[in-house]
Design a protein around this ligand. Structure first.
Ligand code: 13P
Ligand code: SF4
Length: 347
């Protein structure tokens, strides 16, 4: 187990929140973005955790709003020559690795992810070198360099299935970077997994006692939990899954109320999927405590309307994703394995 990174004590360089826009400014940027998307032969690919107005714009303009696996798939298959990726940097890098011929723009290149930040390539590579007998499986929330060091890339929507598959083949595994998801897949599969100790600053904050009290207040509600959350939160869940799996669970579970333990950005599509249900935010802080992210990823929040318009107008160093050619070649192999494996599960 790596002790090189401690998510409890790490201070993250939180970004400033985007400036609030007036209604007129919002209207202006929405129109401008629609025009620029057409002019640039570009399409928007947005994650469920971006703000509702960004997801709505992606929908209105023929783009997609999805989990990280579907974002990768959609982007690589879409005929547009430019992808505007509204999410965090690893999502833009994944798009570039899969579609090097496309221009990949992001509203900002400063949109990090605590999992990616908590898994620097040099330390991670040394860790892997110490365990050469293990198959290296990394979450999509990693840098291109970490992906290039891995045998497999995976997202939360297929993590259990992939680890099960590798376990059946007798493989011992290194899992990185998320410690909670690593422990979740280990418990689900019984596989031999050595886990890197990264954490998502959003999901790590859900609080067990406060959630128990909320369950007591809403005894008829189902609890939906993303597996990047701590074990004690997962133990209280009626459904555990990736963002798209949680939306599906909200639709299919018979409960009228849902307590949702993931980034609140998901409420936009979840409410669309089940308009007659009441969605409640799981608590991120106990009484007297304070939350750092309060159920919204500060880096996802950087994807504002102005930043998107700037990205489509300016390109250049501030907005365009580039991936070193050698790293790209290395990272493409485990990424393609992931897509092929996911396609096999679908079929
Ligand atoms: P999924 O969309 O794959 O569930 O991942 C969630 C996430 O961590 C994105 O930041
Ligand atoms: Fe990373 Fe967590 Fe933000 Fe997702 S929500 S981008 S895992 S910090």
């Amino acid at each position: 187990m790596s002790l090189m990174f401690d998510p409890e004590t790490t201070v993250y360089p939180f970004p400033p929140k985007p400036a609030r826009l007036s209604l007129d400014e919002k209207q202006f940027y929405r129109k401008e973005i629609k025009r620029l998307l057409k002019e640039r032969n570009a399409v928007m690919v947005a994650h469920y955790y971006t703000d509702p107005e960004i997801q709505a714009l992606a929908e209105e303009t023929g783009g997609c709003v999805a989990d990280s696996l579907e974002m990768a798939r959609f982007g690589s298959q879409h005929p547009a020559s430019t992808l505007l990726v509204a999410g965090v940097r690893f999502m833009g890098e994944t798009a570039k690795i899969l579609s090097p011929e496309k221009t990949i723009l992001m509203p900002t290149l400063q949109a990090e992810c605590s999992l990616d930040l908590g898994c620097p390539i040099d330390e991670f590579s040394r860790f892997c070198d110490q365990h050469p007998d293990r198959t290296v499986v990394v979450y999509a929330n990693t840098s291109a360099a970490v992906k290039a060091r891995a045998d497999w890339v995976v997202t939360s929507s297929i993590a259990v299935e992939l680890i099960e598959h590798l376990d059946r083949q007798g493989e011992k595994i290194i899992w990185a970077p998320d410690r909670h998801l690593g422990r979740y897949v280990t418990r689900q599969t019984g596989a031999d997994v050595l886990c890197w100790q990264g954490a998502c600053i959003v999901h790590d904050e859900f609080k067990t006692q406060a959630l128990q009290r909320m369950k007591a207040l809403y005894p008829a509600a189902a609890v939906l939990v993303h597996p990047e959350s701590p074990q004690a939160i997962v133990d209280l869940a009626d459904a555990v899954g990736s963002t798209s799996q949680l939306i599906q669970a909200a639709k299919t579970l018979p409960h009228r109320q849902m307590i949702v333990a993931t980034d609140r950005g998901i409420f936009y599509k979840m409410q669309q999927a089940c308009p007659d249900k009441e969605l409640l935010e799981a608590p991120t802080a106990g009484e007297g405590a304070s939350c750092r992210t309060c159920a919204h990823c500060p880096w996802m929040a950087m994807n504002g309307l102005k930043a998107i318009a700037d990205g489509l107008t300016q390109h250049g160093r501030e907005h365009e994703i580039h991936v070193d050619a050698a790293l790209r070649e290395g990272a493409l192999i485990p990424l393609n394995r992931m897509l092929t494996f996911a396609a096999g599960l679908k079929g």
